[in-house]
Design a protein around this ligand. Structure first.
Ligand code: ADP
Ligand code: MG
Length: 697
């Protein structure tokens, strides 16, 4: 029997209801306000809160506390645990936790990627409590969500820039609201609902695959006879073992105040999805990190391994993270809501025009924020989404935009209508006017945009930083253009039309997976960065540096550092993959094939001795031997090429070498190995196959 969500929800969270009971009334009101609106807490009040937190945590069996932070590009949260133990006096210790300990931490940051920032600053990193994200208990530890920076204040995580971008879009958005005569909006919240895809494999089988262990994806593997072509996985019945895992996971998440809502089987066999209800971006970021952490831990407890890699299996659907994003005012206006008459909703039209301008202007930056090394196998590969950024607006809003582009304004809008099943007993459904084009990387879905490129294992921090800061930039420009206009209505109409015309090329309603689209996109001048390596330099484009600098989100030095880290990361990941392949070829596949050739050779001799024709056996032997020779050669080449790439000092040049030279050498080694898998008997193959891994959980 499942748990009652209502009863367990938030059980392990230090939330309003806990504080209300445990804090003096005035303090409670102050802290609550700070938690919802942000701001600085005094040391005295922090002491009071820390005391209450400690007592609550001890009652719940906690022994330690930790500042949780997320070093840049490391896609799991980092935690250093400290117990509540004080310095012993007369052999006795007490449980202590001070305001100072709640507010600040100083983890040694020297082992996290810094892209050269630390050499110039300090080995120390600093964590500061993000009071707007709730404190919780996980595994007997009081967890405090924090932002992470260096001694001189440079961000070393994805949280800090996100908080800054959220502030920027709020500030500029409020100015925009004022232009429309709204005097009540005080802030704009950016919301995110991330849909998380993942694979599950059996742990025993996983342990027999060094490629999964070291690189999170298979580096060898022939396609099984059945893949996903029957389309019988998506939304299919959930296997019992997975169902038990999901129940366990959901309970843990609910207790942590995470609104696990949707779960289903995904397109590929062994692939699933979980989505919470949307929340404020920084909380969604913290929650998503927790979801990823608990996916892994819970899977283990159920004898499985959760793969968050973007492409664990070649030839099968990869995993992404759909980032559903919207902007809403504190008085409840969703800026992406077209309303009943989008043709007359100037605020919506302006926000939409700003979004078109922002996405078009910073397309490569968006693409980069959604990327990591693993996502290179998804984006732009034959399986979609493509690496080209375009926007899908749906029939209704798309039509409004077309009218504006054509006539300077819109006069009408297509109504959604109803879907009629033609059966009296079934209710009529209102049609979704957004019509949900699944192939678009950036789709308008009625009251939000769904950015579908995001890598499944990535932090959602970067993506939402870009989304929010680019909107801040456009809002600021709009305000500058419209402020003090004599005839506001006319000015805003003209401004909307101007932006929509200038950025019309970013709108694409067709099939993003089709062969024609990249050609059409090229004609339109839309960038198509096939690899993250090609996209990384955009961090130092003038348009990027200027935007981040203007809104105080990231300095040029921080961007430089991020560029370095990303190149290093790419090279590092590919290096591990190449070495793992060499290892598996030498220690597993080649020995297995050699053993098999001996068996075949013995057979050939025996058959011949018996005076029978051994042509077939000889042919089989030759088939294996040819591939064996090919593998031997390819291993040597891969080793040499990888060594050469590893010796390159310049990080960008190294990343390019891994992409252009090591990757093809990896493919050259994989080909004969996969062919061997197909021709060799199952019992001779030294590891579980794709079929074993994905169909049997
Ligand atoms: P689908 O699979 O059809 O794309 P899901 O229901 O799986 O949709 O996920 C949609 C996600 O979008 C959920 O996390 C949901 O809470 C979120 N969402 C809904 N409305 C908004 C909104 N206004 N802003 C941000 N996210 C939203
Ligand atoms: Mg989706």
């Amino acid at each position: 029997m499942g748990v009652n969500i209502e009863k367990v929800f938030g059980e392990n969270v230090f939330d309003d209801s806990v504080m209300k009971v445990r804090l003096p009334k005035n303090d409670f009101e102050t802290v609550k306000k700070l938690m919802h609106e942000g701001g600085e807490i005094t040391e005295d009040l922090a002491d009071v809160v820390a005391q209450a937190m400690k007592e609550w945590a001890l009652e719940k069996g906690a022994t330690h506390y930790t500042h949780v932070f997320q070093p840049y590009v490391v896609s799991v949260g980092a935690e250093k645990h400290d117990s509540f133990a004080s310095v012993p006096v007369d052999g006795k210790i007490e449980n202590t936790f001070t305001g100072e300990e709640l507010l600040r931490g100083e983890p040694d940051a020297s082992s996290f990627p810094s892209g050269g920032l630390r050499e110039t600053c300090s080995a120390r990193g600093y964590t500061a409590w993000d009071i707007t994200s709730p404190v919780y208990i996980k595994e007997d530890t009081l967890c405090i969500p924090t932002a992470f920076c260096s001694y001189t204040g440079e961000s070393l995580d994805t949280k800090t820039p996100l908080l800054k971008a959220m502030h920027a879009v709020s500030k500029q958005g409020v100015r925009l609201m004022r232009l429309f005569g709204n005097e009540v909006t005080n802030r704009i919240y950016s919301y995110v609902g991330p849909e998380q895809e993942y694979f599950l494999v059996d742990r025993e089988k996983y342990l027999k695959r060094p490629d999964l262990i070291y690189s999170g994806r298979t580096l060898f593997g022939a396609k099984p006879p059945k893949g996903q072509e029957m389309d019988d996985q998506y939304f299919g019945s959930i296997p019992p073992r997975v169902k038990a895992f999901m129940e366990d996971l959901n309970t843990k998440l609910w207790k942590l105040g995470i609104t696990a809502k949707t779960q289903h089987c995904e397109v590929a066999p062994g692939q699933f999805e979980i989505a919470p209800i949307f929340s404020i971006s920084n909380v969604a970021l913290d929650n998503n990190l927790l979801v990823m952490d608990l996916l892994k831990k819970t899977a283990r407890a159920h004898g499985m391994i959760c793969l968050l890699h973007e492409k664990p299996f070649d030839g099968m659907n990869g995993s992404g993270k759909h980032n559903n994003w919207s902007l809403t005012t504190d008085d409840g206006i969703n800026l992406f809501k077209p309303g009943k008459e989008p043709e007359n909703n100037k605020l919506f039209q302006l926000v939409l025009a700003c979004t078109m301008a922002a996405v078009d202007t910073h397309a490569v930056l968006l693409r980069l924020a959604a990327s990591n090394t693993g996502n290179d196998h998804r984006l732009g590969a034959n399986e979609a989404p493509p690496a080209i950024i375009s926007m899908y607006l749906g029939d209704q809003v798309g039509d409004v935009v077309s009218q504006i582009i054509k006539n300077g304004k819109a006069e009408s809008s297509i109504s959604s209508g109803e879907i009629d099943f033609g059966i009296k007993k079934l209710p009529k459904l209102e049609k979704d006017p957004t019509d949900r084009n699944r192939t678009s990387p950036f789709a308008f879905t009625g009251n939000r945009f769904e950015f579908r490129m995001v890598a499944s294992s990535n932090s959602i921090g970067d993506v939402n930083t870009v989304l929010n800061v680019m909107m801040a930039e456009q809002f600021e420009k709009a305000v500058a253009a419209l402020e003090g206009a004599e005839d506001f209505d006319k000015a805003v109409e003209e401004y909307i039309a101007k932006l929509m015309k200038e950025h019309a090329r970013i709108v694409f309603n067709g099939n993003g997976y089709s062969e024609e689209w990249p050609k059409e996109a090229e004609k339109r001048g839309l960038p198509n960065c096939r690899s993250i390596v090609d996209a990384i330099p955009t961090l130092l484009d003038e348009s990027t540096v200027e935007m981040y600098g203007k809104f105080g989100v990231l300095s040029k030095e921080e961007l430089e550092a991020r560029k370095e880290i990303l190149f290093e990361q790419y090279a590092g990941v590919r290096n591990i993959e190449a070495l793992t392949m060499v290892d598996m070829a030498n220690k597993m596949i080649i020995p297995a094939a050699v053993k098999y050739t001996k068996k075949l050779a013995d057979t050939v001799l025996t058959v011949k001795e018996a005076g029978v024709d051994a042509t077939v056996q000889t042919e089989m032997l030759s088939d294996v031997s040819v591939r064996l020779a090919e593998m031997k050669k390819a291993v040597k080449e891969l080793e040499d090429i990888t060594q050469k790439a590893a010796d390159i000092e310049n990080t960008q040049a190294a990343a390019i070498a891994y992409k252009d030279e090591v990757m093809p050498a990896m493919a050259a080694l994989r080909k004969p190995a996969d062919e061997l898998e197909v021709i060799m008997p199952k019992e001779e193959w030294p590891m579980p196959t794709y079929g074993d891994l994905v169909f049997e959980i």
